[in-house]
Design a protein around this ligand. Sequence first.
Ligand code: PSV
Ligand code: MN
Length: 388
Amino acid sequence: MTFSDDVSRSLAEQAIELPSWAFGNSGTRFKVFTQPGGPRDPFEKISDAAQVHQYTGLSPSVALHIPWDKVDDYSALKAHAASEGVALGTINSNTFQDDDYKLGSLAHRDDRIRRKAIDHHLDCIDIMDETGSRDLKIWLADGTNYAGQDDMRGRQDRIAESLQDIYARIGEHQRLVLEYKIFEPAFYHMDVPDWGTSYAQCAALGERATVCLDTGHHAPSTNIEFIVMQLLRLGKLGSFDFNSRYYADDDLIVGSADPFQLFRILVEVIRGGGYGNDGDTAFMLDQCHNIEDKIPGQIRSVLNVQEMTARALLVDRVALDSAQAAGDVLAANGILMDAFYTDVRGDLAAWRETRGLPADPMAAYAASDYPHRIVAERVGGNQSGWGA
Ligand code: PSV
Ligand code: MN
């Protein structure tokens, strides 16, 4: 099998944004393991992220998280990113690590706290203006733990009002992207628990408000590709946070737990026009590498997305359409499975070489001196992690 020109061209349009926090220390509530050579500030996180792009050609931008990636001079950070061959991407807000937000942020009953949360988002937009970022991604930890704890309707109304204040500051070429999550840290109810709620809030705001779908934020056995189809149909699939899960928000390497699910999602993205230069759906990773090396973990992740994208691009749409139209259940399913079972690894290696990239990015990075250099050079200071 060799890729057609169309498939080769489409593959060249793939861009996957990396999360700065994937390079810092992370862990569970039980233990955070540190790694030698870990980055100590946003500049070093970006240098690490640039390695992933250098070896794969797949990840030209890095998402920042405020306040974890707060710096005095964002134009210096932007220039540093450019000198490393990447750009600064989505700005993620954070209203979940401040005592004031114990009972909520944008949904809070106390106007002072709600204002503080809104102002944090306005600060994030100021940063976007400096970094040239397009997207403000909002994930809210707001919710309650006990039935009757608060009035869910009032909270939803306050979120709508708060989002309006934020949206009013979003520039013409910027977007507000609202992420949903079924549970955690709140366990009885989350204020933005599902795509429907995020969609309803975004639809009320306007065109530049869209939904972020994090693949780890659903109940087990949810048909995520259906949600992908529906949001694309509605013109509201702003971005993906890709990762894998066995249980809940595991944040494992995308495509590791269930490559077939990733394939099915990508089939719908392509079918719905969300892929490539013409699509408005941003591909991002939202992962933590708690026990594995972080830079190779990110390289593996983007390669997994690329591999399933290649397989999804191989679906014979014409044959599939006619099998579906004929009501030929087994033929239609067989056409999809043929694409899924196609081993594209050799073709991808050849495709990379034609673009001056290493055939095996994992091996090429491992053979480089970068992993040794960061261990030798990054002595002293505090390694980055949650909260830094
Ligand atoms: C929390 O679940 C979370 O993983 C959200 O998915 C955000 O995207 C991310 O943290 C960063 O704030
Ligand atoms: Mn996420």
